[in-house]
Design a protein around this ligand. Sequence first.
Ligand code: A2P
Length: 274
Amino acid sequence: MRTVTLRHGGEMPRVGLGTWPMDDAEAETAVATAIAGGYRLIDTAENYGNEDGVGRGIRASGVARDQIFITTKLNKRWHGVDLVAEAVNRSADRLGVDYLDLILIHWPNPAQDRYVEAWQGLIALRDTGRVRAIGTSNFKPAHLRRLEKETGVLPEVNQIELSPFATRTASRSYHDENGIVTESWSPLGGSANRILRAPLIVELAARRDRSPAQIVLRWHLEIGAAPIPKSSNPERLAANLDVFDFALAPQEVAAISALDRGESTVVDSDSFGH
Ligand code: A2P
């Protein structure tokens, strides 16, 4: 399946384009190229400083707005019941759109302790139609449990750092049990690309005549996640979307999952955030 149905009925593409750390100019080119090549989900954030460029790329693509799923994320300064609407207004203005497909609270910032208020604000905003879907990013199960306890509403999507080196089984189990779609950031493990050189990944790629990145992205699909690989290179952009016509065997998925190096390798959202 190329899309996943969110709890409130929206369809989200299973593979999208991540745009960190592109600047406006790079994002404009990559987004236009990606959409021309078939991408329909573009992921950005206030904090990336490239929403203007993303918006220009979307318009340059010539594809209708309603065919594209746009995700952005708000910073901690907007964690407040009324503040989130202003964050959404500003992002929508920079992107040049009149609604967002998905808005995420970028980091929980528990030290500030206002993510529950931000969440209450987003629940109200969804009812206005200004945002079609609402979610979180970098929330741990403990943060999600608190949202549920205090608002009775869980995110439709939680975007977390997820790769074969950080398989996040506790988070994914919680998401699966609660109807939360797992979206994977840094799905290829980021710019160091150590995962793409792991012998198992290289061997599976050779066996299937695929690239290591395609094996890793297919693994995300097999475990039920929606990856948003970043690339600024036209060939790699195309290859990263071309992962819907083959499958991995269950034992191959398990072997890739066994590359996990544990929760301690990911950015800790109890201490980091912006
Ligand atoms: P580039 O933009 O030059 O393609 P992640 O999405 O996990 O953060 O990984 C992004 C990094 O992986 C970037 O450095 C990107 O570089 C690189 N990358 C993206 N797609 C591929 C691919 N298909 N093969 C190899 N490297 C890739």
